[in-house]
Design a protein around this ligand. Structure first.
Ligand SMILES: *Cc1c(COP(=O)(O)O)cnc(C)c1O
Length: 466
């Protein structure tokens, strides 16, 4: 298929029609009623509003779907998820409680069990959330309830929301230094564990910036020795557990295998799980932590004695459509190395290829070896001001080309000290410089990565400031 509307073998209009027809038939079966005239819209006016809206939506927008979008962690959901989501949205179940949506609550439990199996959890308690941020908040909150008054330790390259959520929770947040590849520094962690009462250590498997993998297998014994819980933030990297097989186009198994010994883990199906926003997930290894969620709500819980997801969730209303879309996706792309894992391997190959090309390039250099599918890179200028200006100029110029020739990158700000630790010594008075960053998260990136590096090199050549 070389169409510019990637359908991946799914006839979307046809599938959506089938879904709408099935739901209409279901609605019909409950007997007819008179729709409210107050909700009726004027067809001509509607046409006008729709046209305006679609113009506005597509008039000024980045092409996340296209392989030339090599910027942030953004891509459209798979059509399978779109069909699952839209069909369910027409019913609009609320996965807060079983009487809000029995079918989608059951799908959520199944999908979460599949995530638990992916991480090697024996038992588990878990659910979907509206985002990774909320999922992490929930894990940190359970950590606070388990170890009241104790601090959270998190690497300084971890997602910025951890320190924010520590503020929300009123918990001290201690930043742990990182090594020369952005991974949690074990010596510094040991020192902090000796000097402070740490209740939870957060290990990130796949940092948002450069995809670094904190050494979880080594963090676990240190944390356990100090009586601390271990939470794994795998919001971005979690699905790479499917390819953590030590193969050439997979990743090292050691730290991913260790997730099964952690206390909790977060993964975002809306990042590498082919889902639309908001679909995060949090899983706890010990179902007994569910006791922290006890509350008394006069509104919900009527239909059944079975577990209500609302009883083990910080949030109240949650889209049943998210659960349905993710469940359907895991039916089509099972959470196995041959299922969804196959979708992740091309991005890993592309990132490694890009790294090799940058190593060999005269005008560009990689910031570090990519552990996942995220590549940081910069020009070979030697002063920080030029590197920074080059990054911004390349970013701007590639984005401002004609649509068919555009490329969309991201910039990433790094301290000169952190660059220096990577063997990149830049001169200049400033303390930081922006480098370029590309997330090669679409399997289509593999086919374009050589051309991409050539485009970058061409752009450096046409913008040298010297
Ligand atoms: C994206 C991300 C988050 C935040 O998740 P949202 O779904 O954007 O709220 C947290 N941690 C890591 C490592 C992430 O990549």
């Amino acid at each position: 298929m070389s169409s510019n509307r990637p359908d991946f073998g799914i006839d979307l209009p046809n599938a959506l029609s089938s879904a709408i027809a099935a739901i209409e038939a279901w609605q019909e079966s409950f007997g007819r009623f008179e729709p409210a005239s107050e909700l009726a819209v004027d067809p001509a006016q509607w046409e006008h509003h729709l046209e305006d809206f679609l113009d506005r939506l597509t008039g000024n927008q980045y092409p996340f779907f296209h392989p030339h979008y090599v910027g942030q962690m953004l891509k459209p959901p798979h059509p399978v998820a779109v069909v699952g989501y839209v069909a369910t949205m027409l019913i609009n179940p609320n996965n807060h409680a079983l009487d809000g949506g029995p079918a989608t609550a059951a799908m959520e439990k199944e999908a979460v069990s599949r995530l638990a199996a992916m991480f090697g959890f024996d038992g588990h308690l878990g659910h979907l959330t509206s985002s990774g941020t909320i999922a992490n908040l929930e894990a940190l909150w359970v950590g606070r309830e388990e170890r009241p008054g104790a601090a959270v330790a998190v690497s300084r390259d971890a997602h910025y929301t951890h320190s924010r959520m520590c503020q929300v929770l009123g918990v001290e947040c201690i930043e742990i230094d990182v090594d020369d590849a952005g991974r949690m520094d074990l010596d510094h962690l040991s020192t902090v564990l000796q000097l402070h009462d740490v209740g939870t250590v957060v290990a990130t498997l796949g940092t948002t910036g450069l995809g670094a993998i904190d050494p979880l297998a080594d963090i676990l014994p240190l944390a356990r020795g100090a009586g601390a819980r271990v939470h794994v933030d795998a919001a971005y990297g979690g699905f790479f557990a499917l390819v953590a097989d030590d193969s050439d186009d997979g990743i090292a198994s050691r730290h991913f295998a260790a997730i099964s010994n952690a206390d909790s883990v977060v993964v975002d199906p809306h990042k590498h799980g082919l889902q639309p926003y908001g679909c995060g997930a949090v899983l706890f290894a010990d179902p007994a932590v569910g006791s922290h969620y006890q509350h008394d709500s006069p509104y919900t819980y009527f239909s059944s004695d079975e577990l209500h997801l609302g009883e083990i969730s910080l949030e109240c209303s949650r889209a049943g459509a998210s659960a349905a879309a993710f469940w359907l996706t895991t039916e089509v792309f099972p959470l196995t190395g041959d299922g969804l894992g196959r979708v992740l391997r091309p991005g890993l190959r592309a990132a490694r290829r890009m790294y090799e090309r940058l190593e060999a390039s005269d005008s560009l250099r990689p910031a570090q070896v990519p552990e996942l599918d995220i590549v940081g890179y910069l020009t070979r200028a030697t002063d920080a001001g030029t590197v920074d200006a080059d990054s911004v100029r390349i970013f701007d110029e590639l984005a401002r080309r004609n649509r068919a020739d555009q490329w969309h990158l991201a910039t990433y700000s790094m301290s000169l000290a952190d660059l220096d630790r990577r063997g990149i010594a830049l001169t200049g008075d400033q303390s930081r410089a922006r480098i370029l960053r590309s997330v090669l998260m679409k399997p289509e990136h593999e086919a374009v990565v050589d051309g991409f590096v050539e485009v970058l090199e061409g752009q450096v050549a046409s913008t040298v400031t010297a």
